[in-house]
Unconditional design. Structure first.
Length: 180
């Protein structure tokens, strides 16, 4: 399996990364709106009633407009820019984490593949040859029962480790295929 294709596939298909990218797009839009309307302060319309000293009520419109002399929305813009940087870092961290996971699984898969090959080509044939030689020595009455049993037990143990390594290989391969 080529590592390059796996990384790009995993990054393209991860839903948590897609959600973080959507969040980033929303933050970018919010920053644009904040910058566009930074000079417009509080604007209130309404109706107000006041009582005059002669006990008559006067009702009229109420308008409150904030002029941006000292507060030009710098704090809101700075907050939005900080949120944008946070969202960008989150997307980058997720992408890096996804690539790292894929690389780690790929390296583990390669190591397990080599271990399986080693067991199949070196360990198991050697153990079978040792068991066959011990059986010949047993038939010639050069070794006892216990040495033959010990040799056969070592062969079975090696076969069991080979099977476990093969199982780990296929499990890791399934995990790697499931990562995207």
């Amino acid at each position: 399996m080529p590592l390059r294709g796996l990384e790009s596939l995993a990054v393209a298909q991860r839903l948590d990364l897609a959600a973080a990218q959507r969040e980033l797009a929303g933050v970018v839009r919010a920053l644009g709106l904040t910058k566009s309307y930074r000079y417009i302060g509080a604007l209130e319309f309404g109706v107000d009633t006041e009582r005059d000293p002669d006990r008559t009520n006067v009702t009229g419109p109420k308008l409150r407009l904030e002029l941006p002399l000292f507060n030009q929305g710098q704090a809101r813009v700075a907050k939005s820019e900080a949120e944008l940087r946070r969202s960008e870092r989150k997307v980058e961290a997720l992408a890096i984490g996804i690539r790292a996971d894929v690389r780690a699984l790929h390296d583990k898969l390669a190591a397990l593949r080599e271990a399986v090959r080693f067991y199949q080509s070196e360990v198991l044939p050697t153990r079978r040859a040792i068991t066959a030689g011990t059986l010949l020595e047993y038939n010639g009455m050069l070794v006892g029962n216990f040495e033959l049993f010990r040799t056969r037990a070592e062969q079975i143990e090696a076969e069991q480790k080979a099977i476990e390594t093969l199982r780990d290989y296929w499990t890791t391969r399934a995990e790697l295929e499931r990562v995207p």
